[in-house]
Design a binder for this molecule. Structure first.
Ligand code: C2E
Ligand code: MG
Ligand code: MG
Length: 593
């Protein structure tokens, strides 16, 4: 999980502190002024006075879409904008949107009265320039003071006095906005409420100890969340975290919860005493548990009641089941890594031109202590989410290269071993040197290794990833796009990637004899591969008809259950030797040629 260390907001935000210092003076410079004056001479005079310090809007046709801080206006314009001005002023309340009327001494007596409610200040013509500027500055100062005071009050009303975190009111506002966005995007939202046991701190150290502990726990919580999560302090001992809407947010929420448990539950030092802290976490889900803000929050608070030690409790039973599975798998995966419970199996790839097996794909398997095998589909996604995948894949690459070295000694005729790598693997700083070292250590030429990468890695990852892959490709290592055709790639982009192989996804091969669309897609993939001089591998070939057809279309290599399933190394070697002696593959080849 990526977490960013951030400091807690202070009681008065930096903006507010700056405003306190200058009492709104700094903001006067550059303020927006509406100048609506019919008389050209007066207009020119006022423009000259104001233009060096302010942004001026001159006699606009309407003022609805203009944001200004002061209106300087004459009677005809006032008549024209009366309703719009009234509307803007009332929308600004409780702050002030000042209106200054320019009026002749003659009109002062008879014409001012109807506009008194709208006008905050007036100035008579001919204009005394000094007096005019003084009044402009005074009005703007009054406006910015009112704004800064409103902001301060809002800040005080929406933030916790002790920790500076946004409070329950702000949480409800934010959650309401988040739910609205999630309903439009049709995405889930997770609300995490956690309660921290501070009773003991209060009993021993009173209010000051309680405040200290609250600040420490809040700082720890801020460290545990990511930049997109929002954290609030609801009451003395409860906090709330709202994760951003998104389809992958269960795993994100779980990893944040675990991070939170890990960081917060360390003892806190209050007045040189180490106090143990317990944290209980409840989680609710929009829209499954509730569709309204208060009910969603209450559901998470309710769920806290059922928490077991160090495991977040979900309000919904279904999610609780998924969450427990995720947490258990993660714990077991960590053990699996230290206890080396992984095995590497090999699936042969058949060269259509010769019928020979020259390459294999290495696929990881996880054997539980009770002997059961877990297939990659059940643990790779969790390993990816938790970052454990890099350790697993490094183990796979080491094993695959050692196996390749053994096979070379045995002269089995296997020339290439493919391993699957993910974006996390490539992102590791030493990914390129790690691969270089392994090849060197096992004395394997780079073309003997193939890295299989799914399309998403090319299109959604950082540019450094592409650079690293280019380096590896330049050294002669093969790079394949795995599951090609299912991802996001624009085909025209393909020639810019550092790749040598396209693996056509199983889903197309599956329906190649029945779906015209899939035939069309497969043909264009093959055409494209030929154009860019890439090798093509068809994955998931399950019968002779598919193999026959793919060979005719010009695919180079086939991999699939029709030939063999993935096997442990010793079985694979046995299988290969049997094939060679019985010339089994060649027979099959003759069936389809
Ligand atoms: P993949 O890389 O596309 O691997 C091919 C998958 O298709 C393998 O599933 C293989 O057993 C299966 N397969 C091959 N031929 C056929 C066929 O004819 N019919 C059918 N129905 N399936 C066939 P497996 O071993 O369960 O692996 C699933 C996925 O898990 C792999 O898809 C790969 O994305 C991932 N994976 C496997 N091993 C590793 C690994 O070491 N590291 C990483 N990062 N991912 C791995
Ligand atoms: Mg693969
Ligand atoms: Mg694949």
């Amino acid at each position: 999980m990526t977490s960013t260390v951030r400091t807690l907001p202070v009681m008065v935000s930096p903006d507010q502190a700056a405003e306190r210092k200058d009492d709104g003076f700094q903001r006067i410079q550059g303020a927006n002024v509406l100048l609506a004056i019919h008389n050209p001479n007066n207009l020119a005079l006022l423009r000259e006075q104001l233009s060096s310090n302010f942004q001026i809007y001159e006699n606009p046709s309407d003022i609805d879409n203009i944001e200004f801080d002061l209106a300087i206006i004459d009677i005809p314009s006032l008549e024209q904008y009366k309703d719009a001005l009234q509307d803007k002023k009332s929308r600004c309340e409780p702050t002030l949107l000042p209106v200054m009327l320019m009026i002749s001494k003659r009109d002062l007596k008879h014409k001012l009265r109807p506009y008194l409610a709208l006008v905050d200040e007036f100035i008579t013509m001919p204009i005394d320039k000094v007096e005019f500027m003084e009044r402009v500055v005074m009005l703007l100062r009054a406006r910015f003071l009112a704004i800064s005071q409103r902001d301060k009050l809002y800040y005080l009303a929406t933030h916790d006095r002790v920790t500076g975190l946004p409070n329950e009111q702000r949480c409800i506002e934010h959650l309401t906005d988040t739910i609205l966005a999630a309903s439009v995007l049709n995405q889930p939202v997770y609300v995490v409420v956690f309660s921290i046991s501070l009773d003991q701190v209060f009993k021993s150290f009173g209010h000051s100890g309680l405040d200290q502990a609250a600040v420490i726990c809040s700082q720890r919580a801020v460290r545990a969340v990511t930049d997109n999560d929002r954290l609030f302090r609801l009451t003395t001992d409860t906090w709330c975290l709202v994760t951003p809407p998104g389809h992958h947010s269960l795993t994100h929420t779980l990893s944040v919860c675990q991070q939170m448990i890990h960081t917060i539950s360390a003892p806190v030092n209050i007045e040189h005493d180490l106090i143990h802290i317990d944290i209980a976490i409840g989680v609710s889900h929009y829209p499954d548990d509730a569709v309204n803000t208060r009910q969603l929050l209450d559901a998470a608070i309710n769920a806290i009641e059922h928490t077991e030690a160090n495991v977040p409790h979900f309000y919904s039973r279904r999610l609780q089941k998924d969450a427990l599975r995720y947490i258990r798998t993660e714990t077991l995966l960590r053990q699996a890594i230290t206890k080396e419970q992984f095995e590497l199996w090999y699936q042969p790839q058949i060269d259509f031109a010769t019928g020979e097996v020259k390459s294999v794909e290495a696929l990881v398997r996880w054997r539980l202590p009770n002997g059961n095998l877990v297939s990659p589909g059940d643990f790779i996604p969790i390993a990816e989410k938790t970052g454990l995948i890099t350790q697993i894949d490094r183990w796979v690459i080491i094993q695959a290269c050692e196996t390749m070295a053994r096979w070379k000694e045995q002269a089995l005729g296997i020339e290439r071993v493919a391993v699957n790598v993910t974006a996390c693997d490539v992102e590791e700083d030493d990914f390129v040197s790690f691969i270089d070292d392994i090849l060197k250590k096992n004395q394997i030429p780079p073309p003997n290794l193939e890295l299989e990468i799914t399309e998403g890695v090319f299109f959604h990852s950082k540019s450094q990833n592409l650079e690293k892959l280019s380096h590896l490709r330049q050294r002669g290592i093969n790079i394949a796009v795995d599951d090609f055709g299912t991802g996001y790639s624009s085909l025209s982009y393909l020639h810019t990637l550092p790749i040598s192989i396209l693996k056509i996804d199983r889903s197309f091969i599956n329906s190649i004899l029945t779906s015209e669309n899939d035939v069309a897609i497969t043909k264009s993939i093959i055409w494209l591969a030929k154009t860019f001089q890439l090798q093509t591998i068809a994955e998931g070939v399950e019968n002779a008809d598919q193999a026959n057809y793919l060979k005719k279309l010009g695919v180079h290599i086939a991999q699939g259950f029709y030939y063999a399933k993935p096997m442990p190394e010793n079985q694979f070697v046995e299988w290969l030797q049997n094939q060679k002696s019985a010339e089994h593959i060649k027979q099959r080849q003759s069936q389809i040629s």
